[in-house]
Design a protein around this ligand. Sequence first.
Ligand SMILES: *[C@@H]1O[C@H](CO)[C@@H](O)[C@H](O)[C@H]1NC(C)=O
Ligand SMILES: *[C@@H]1O[C@H](CO)[C@@H](O)[C@H](O)[C@H]1NC(C)=O
Ligand SMILES: *[C@@H]1O[C@H](CO)[C@@H](O)[C@H](O)[C@H]1NC(C)=O
Ligand SMILES: *[C@@H]1O[C@H](CO)[C@@H](O)[C@H](O)[C@H]1NC(C)=O
Ligand SMILES: *[C@@H]1O[C@H](CO)[C@@H](O)[C@H](O)[C@H]1NC(C)=O
Ligand SMILES: *[C@@H]1O[C@H](CO)[C@@H](O)[C@H](O)[C@H]1NC(C)=O
Length: 718
Amino acid sequence: MKDMPLKIHFLLGLVTTALLQAVEKKLNCPESCTCEVRPWFTPRSVYMEAPTVDCNDLGLLHFPTRLPADTQVLLLQTNNIAKIEYSVDFPVNLTGLDLSQNNLSSVTNINLRKLPRLLSVYLEENKLTELPEECLSGLRNLQELYINHNLLSTIAPGAFIGLDNLLRLHLNSNSLQMINSKWFEAIPNLEILMIGENPIIRIEDMNFKPLINLRSLVLAGINLTEIPDNALAGLDNLESISFYDNRFLKVPHVALQKVTNLKFLDLNKNPINRIQRGDFSNMLHLKELGINNMPELISIDSLAVDNLPDLRKIEATNNPRLSYVHPNAFYKLPKLESLMLNSNALSALYRSTIESLPNLKEISIHSNPIRCDCVIRWINMNKTNIRFMEPESLFCVDPPEFQGQNVRQIHFREMMEICLPLIAPESFPSTLDLKAGSHVSLHCRATAEPEPEIYWITPSGQKLLPNTACDKYYIHSEGTLDISDVTQKESGLYTCIATNLVGADLKSVMIKVDGSFPQDNSGSLSIKIKDVKSNSVLVSWKAKAKILKSSIRWTAFLKTENSQAAQSARIPSDIKVYNITHLNPSTEYRICIDIPTTYQQNKKECINVTTKGLDLEVKDYEKSNTTGFLLCLGSLLGVICMVYLYSCISQEMNYDVGRSYLRNYLKKQPFSFNELYPPLISLWDTGKEKSTALEVKATVIGVPRSMSSNTNTTKLNF
Ligand SMILES: *[C@@H]1O[C@H](CO)[C@@H](O)[C@H](O)[C@H]1NC(C)=O
Ligand SMILES: *[C@@H]1O[C@H](CO)[C@@H](O)[C@H](O)[C@H]1NC(C)=O
Ligand SMILES: *[C@@H]1O[C@H](CO)[C@@H](O)[C@H](O)[C@H]1NC(C)=O
Ligand SMILES: *[C@@H]1O[C@H](CO)[C@@H](O)[C@H](O)[C@H]1NC(C)=O
Ligand SMILES: *[C@@H]1O[C@H](CO)[C@@H](O)[C@H](O)[C@H]1NC(C)=O
Ligand SMILES: *[C@@H]1O[C@H](CO)[C@@H](O)[C@H](O)[C@H]1NC(C)=O
């Protein structure tokens, strides 16, 4: 009870003081604004307790007439100010001025005279169109100038004269069509320049040369397709550069080589389609490399990232077509700790890629269509201390029995040690319409264990090996086919083949030139019975079609009413002989050959044949054996010979032709099948890439144990 009056007195005292302060503030403070001391950091990050006048977002049409004399920070963001009339009365100690989001259309309307203490000026999101000569020369201590998101189309060569201390300049999102190196002569201390999102037509040699102290340069969103080799010359202290969202088709590696102190490189969101040998090499200080969000990126080739002694992190994520990382893609990166490859189209990552990175600590490969067999097998062998990021998002899409399972949960012994090549479906499209005279690069990449060899077949049947040039063709060592100066002659079906000792994969592209491709003058498909026995029929066929898809369908069924269900086999396009077995004696069969052509139409030919009675069997058997032998000796067409041998070797021809062929393929290694054109093994049904994986599994099951434990073995004696 006693101290009650005391308390009241105290409270009254507080109220009075507050009121007095409010009145005092009101005297100086512009109407509706807030005036108080607030923390403020200078551009050099020096902390200040700055008397601040906050008039943000008040719909002001005019600059406030009177301001407290000690004002250091004046905030006028989001108003409708078009002109500053009373700049003479500016507080002498003003250090920060925010005029962003107003209606300023000319810098002369701002009328900034001598304000030697002003450090930061924010003018973004106004309607400035021009910066005339020496327009800000009174601001001799200015450190930060933000004029981004205006309508600047002209900057006079001497616009920045007097701003000797400028550290940061934002000119991004304007209407500049060129960059003038003269601008920069007045601001040699600049450390950060943002000039992206301008319709700049081209960057020129020495464009930034006066900026010897620049540390960070942002050239994002300019639609640049290339830069000259000396574009970045003189930027001796540049540490970070961003080319985010441009139109580079290739890494501008020559220009980048000249920025010797570069630490951070951002090439994200460019339509680069391969990272080639030497693209990032010998950059002695590079620490981080960003190649994310590249819609066209397919491959990171051998020695693409090479000899970067200080590199710590590579980020190559969200590249929807990135399906191949060469086992030697990353070389001499002694400090690399972090490799981000998530959210791409990678089916695997070679173990040697990882083993070449001695300091790797973490890796991210989740959200990729991982094929859970040989190539990725190392992942579960627990021989690595590398941390996998987001392992819960690391799923198998293939083979079918592991589909949807987490990669880390499959024991490595369940995964195959060797596997068929798999050409990434994203590598190149299945049809292309080119203009005459244009140039095209088709990137064929395949992963497999052992590593596959790649070659191409032209429409005329010519086989093109890596590192060879031929007329208008060039094949790069990694499997890219370049076709230059395309004419009608180059139209047609091109097929890429990837082979290893287990088998092959192929992928074709139909190239049209000016909308057309060679006419299918074949018309005919002829079918012949070569041999008839009591329980088998050897059938062969000839198709004149120049362009065939890689699968042929064969059907046999009984002629009688209560016939067995039709049976069929899919056969690679080059095989044109087939021994139908398990037939009944003295029965009439109807055999049909089905050839899907590239014109989306099927050619079909049928023939009726009656199997022999049992009594004729022995004689025919002998005869056919001799025929077969002669055929093998004399035939120039190795394929037929091989097929015949295969038929001889194969004890049973079951209906799972795919499996038999693959198994057979292994047996035929001594005949160096790789040399045959077209390839013997192919996708059984193009368009269903998934089925390859199925074949993969089938293949490896049939591999003798001795072979799968030593993948280098090529001597297979059967
Ligand atoms: C401006 O700053 C100086 C030095 O910090 C100080 O002495 C002076 O009183 C300030 N002027 C006003 C009007 O506050
Ligand atoms: C901005 O200023 C121009 C004159 O410079 C004027 O015509 C226009 O109405 C102003 N815009 C707004 C939103 O006040
Ligand atoms: C880049 O090109 C696109 C499409 O042609 C266009 O919409 C965009 O405005 C361009 N950007 C610049 C900064 O010129
Ligand atoms: C690897 O280690 C994990 C956990 O440390 C264990 O669950 C898994 O069975 C191991 N795999 C092999 C192949 O040793
Ligand atoms: C084959 O047999 C079918 C009836 O099953 C008949 O329609 C067709 O004409 C025959 N073809 C030949 C070439 O004899
Ligand atoms: C076709 O297969 C049958 C049964 O397996 C076999 O007897 C016959 O010799 C084979 N024909 C040829 C030409 O290989």
